[in-house]
Design a protein around this ligand. Structure first.
Ligand code: NDP
Length: 294
């Protein structure tokens, strides 16, 4: 059996087109344009690239982006003052502080200082708390986990009642994915670096979400036939045929996994494009909330 390939690039483009349409409608009806502030501290090349990509995609859908590039040696107080000013600015609907921050800064305190109604990354502890609680919903769902859930839904995967195994328990991917899956009525197992026998869990899973950052660790023989596999991992693999000397691969060994799974995301063009698409959707949602409160 060869798995259906879940095309994240196509699904992300659909979401982006929906956001663009809604932004145009908002502008026509209320004369209001959503705004996303990006806060970049220092000049880390990967972080700078991510911020540029986010700004470019904002421009494509008509969301205004307000970029703040701050020196790497900024003090905690000065950074929190920037966030406070953005909190108070009515033209800013979403605030995205690009992580990781330089080590002298208290990341948790910075995330705590973001206005809950502008927390489009969904990392505010209150948002995460609401995600964890029965009968509560967060104002914003963290972008990559949100993208994972959309890919599962669009691939037609039955989530309610399914056995789901999440590999990884980070605050930004594994843990929120697990909480979203249990909210959607899956039976969820979370595996991590101390899990004794990963394969024993994945072999029973109808859904596997891999977010461990270990290249091609999940192989076809670890999967249940017909399962849905969402590969969040982004890892470099040496490839002398490429100009840069490597290519990107996931946490799942795609070639062996696709022979066993029922549906699978590739890397690249799987989860990756979904993260920014969901950020755009969250920013639109923040603008909707701001309009509703005025
Ligand atoms: P972290 O390093 O924060 O977390 C990795 C998790 O995997 C930890 O919970 C760790 O366990 C677990 N783990 C590590 N090694 C193993 C192992 N051998 N067996 C089982 N579990 C293991 O990573 P992130 O969550 O930030 O990212 C995970 C991957 O997803 C990375 O490849 C990252 O690049 C990618 N990513 C992709 C995004 C996208 O947009 N597509 C967005 C964000 C991340 P423990 O808790 O015990 O240490």
């Amino acid at each position: 059996m060869t798995a259906k390939i879940i095309n994240g690039q196509e699904i992300a483009a659909e979401i982006q087109a929906e956001v663009q349409e809604a932004v145009e409608a908002m502008q026509a009806k209320y004369g209001y344009v959503p705004g996303l502030a990006t806060v970049l501290v220092g000049e880390d090349p990967a972080s700078s690239t991510y911020v540029r990509m986010k700004q470019k995609r904002c421009a494509e859908v008509g969301i205004r982006s307000i970029g703040h590039s701050l020196p790497a040696d900024i003090t905690q107080g000065d950074l929190e003052k920037v966030v406070a000013d953005l909190n108070a600015d009515p033209e800013v609907n979403g605030i995205l502080v690009q992580l990781p921050l330089p080590s002298h800064l208290d990341e948790e305190a910075v995330l705590n200082s973001i206005d809950l109604g502008k927390d489009v990354d969904g990392f505010h502890p209150v948002n995460i708390g609401r995600l964890a609680m029965k009968g509560r919903d967060p104002l914003f769902i963290p972008c990559t986990p949100y993208g994972v859930m959309v890919l599962l839904e669009k691939s037609g995967t039955q989530i309610s009642g399914a056995e789901a195994v999440v590999l990884g328990r980070s605050n930004i991917v594994g843990l929120p994915v697990a909480m979203l899956l249990q909210k959607a009525n899956a039976t969820v197992t979370i595996c991590h670096s101390r899990t004794k026998d990963l394969a024993a869990h994945t072999r029973n899973a109808d859904i596997v979400v891999a977010a461990i950052g270990r290249r091609e660790m999940v192989t076809g023989d670890m999967l249940k036939p017909g399962s849905t596999v969402i590969d969040v991992g982004i890892n470099q693999k040496e490839d002398p045929t490429k100009k840069r000397g490597y290519r990107l691969v996931g946490d799942v060994d795609f070639d062996s996994a696709k022979e066993v799974a029922g549906a699978i995301t590739p890397v690249p063009r799987g989860v990756g494009p979904m993260t920014i698409a969901m950020l755009l959707k969250n920013t639109l949602h923040a603008a909707d909330l701001a309009l509703a409160n005025n």
